[in-house]
Design a binder for this molecule. Structure first.
Ligand code: DGL
Length: 355
């Protein structure tokens, strides 16, 4: 579905039928569910064949399919979009962040749960963890199998996601991602497998915790700035600066780097080989770009590890930024937000160490 069509599909605020009045009276947490689409809302013509459509079900139908959800929290649902997350974009990120802030500014809401496709979940969650202006829990869930599949994983992820969003101990941890019984910090979570229900991993670090049938065990604390501690916000932003990612490989030419510069990129992230390396022609092109005021971040195409500053590349001399632990997709998110504040690579490097 196109973004325009998805916006038409926005349903606005509505309460869930039936249980709302009774549940509100009870002393249980209040969770707002913001739905954006993805496989978790997907349907397929046959339960055992390939082929399905993301975002076929609305938030109401999704929640009704999960038994005993109303015992965990009083839930209200809001349809923000209904798309495959490969179509997620800057405008929808800004809209979603505003809806999260608005929900959490309501004293009657204790936490937010967002349903989202898994393809770009790692980017949206990191974006929200940097711009959301509340300490209250923000949790994202998706699923790897559509709602109509044999052993659909969506209902279990929703149940666990609501449990985490309703848990006061989730406050102050930034946006969390819950799938397959694992709780991840947005900063660390990466999709690692095209189809496995165990696709999400906290790369370089341990998970935030585990959640099984709604019962939670918290593990690692978050040591980076998130939520209100972050200097970023969506404020009055109507767009985000253009940042392109370039994938390094043997024999890489300067052509795509030059094209990105020509097309107006304000920042470039290189998914480098090894420790953020690239061919000499690519390095020369990025050096030219950095000298012209474009901010260049060296990340890696490898699934884990830390990109080191001034190791094989003299970043100080070239005016580059290194991504540290952040993969190219997350580096792009942080660089977009960083560029709303400054184009100074020294300041931006500090942000990569802090967020
Ligand atoms: N295209 C995908 C998306 O919405 C479907 C995959 C999923 O949600 O798991 O991200």
């Amino acid at each position: 579905m196109s973004y325009a069509a998805a916006i038409v599909a926005m349903a606005g605020l509505f309460g869930l039928a039936g249980h709302a009045a009774a549940a509100r009276a009870a002393d249980i947490p209040h969770v707002r569910v913001l739905a954006t689409g993805g496989t978790i809302a997907g349907a397929q013509p046959s339960a055992t064949d390939y082929g399905y459509r993301s975002g076929a079900y609305d938030v109401n139908s999704l929640l009704k399919a999960v038994p005993n959800l109303d015992q965990l929290a009083d839930i209200t649902g809001e349809q923000v979009a209904n798309i495959g997350s490969q179509d997620m974009n800057d405008a929808l990120w800004l809209e979603l962040a505003r809806r999260v802030d608005a929900a959490l500014a309501d004293p009657g809401i204790d936490g937010v749960l967002i349903t989202h496709g898994t393809d770009t979940l790692e980017e949206t969650s990191y974006f929200l963890s940097l711009v959301t202006k509340s300490d209250e829990p923000v949790v994202m869930v998706g699923s790897m199998r559509p709602a109509t599949a044999v052993s659909a994983d969506g209902p279990g992820n929703l149940y666990n996601g609501v449990a985490v969003a309703a848990d006061a101990r989730a406050r102050g941890k930034g946006t969390l991602v819950v799938l397959n019984d694992v709780i991840h910090y947005a900063r660390n979570v990466v999709k690692t497998d095209t189809t496995s229900v165990a696709t999400f991993a906290s790369v370089n670090r341990g998970p935030a915790g585990l959640v099984h049938t709604g019962k939670i065990r918290w593990f690692e604390p978050m040591d980076r700035k998130v939520g209100p501690a972050s200097e970023f916000s969506v404020g009055r932003l109507s767009t985000l600066p253009r940042v392109d990612i370039l994938y390094a490989h043997a024999n890489m030419s300067a052509d795509l780097i030059d094209a990105a510069v020509k097309n107006g990129a304000k920042g470039l992230v290189i998914a480098g080989v090894g420790d953020g390396n690239m061919t000499t022609p690519a390095l020369d092109a990025l050096t030219r770009a950095a000298k012209s005021g474009i901010v260049v971040v060296r990340s890696t195409r490898l699934p884990s590890g830390i990109v080191l500053r001034n190791n094989e590349v003299n970043d100080d001399e070239k005016g580059f930024v290194v991504s540290g632990e952040l993969n190219p997709a997350k580096s792009r998110v942080l660089l977009q937000l960083a560029l709303t504040k400054t184009t100074d690579p020294v300041r931006i490097q500090k942000m990569f160490y802090e967020y």
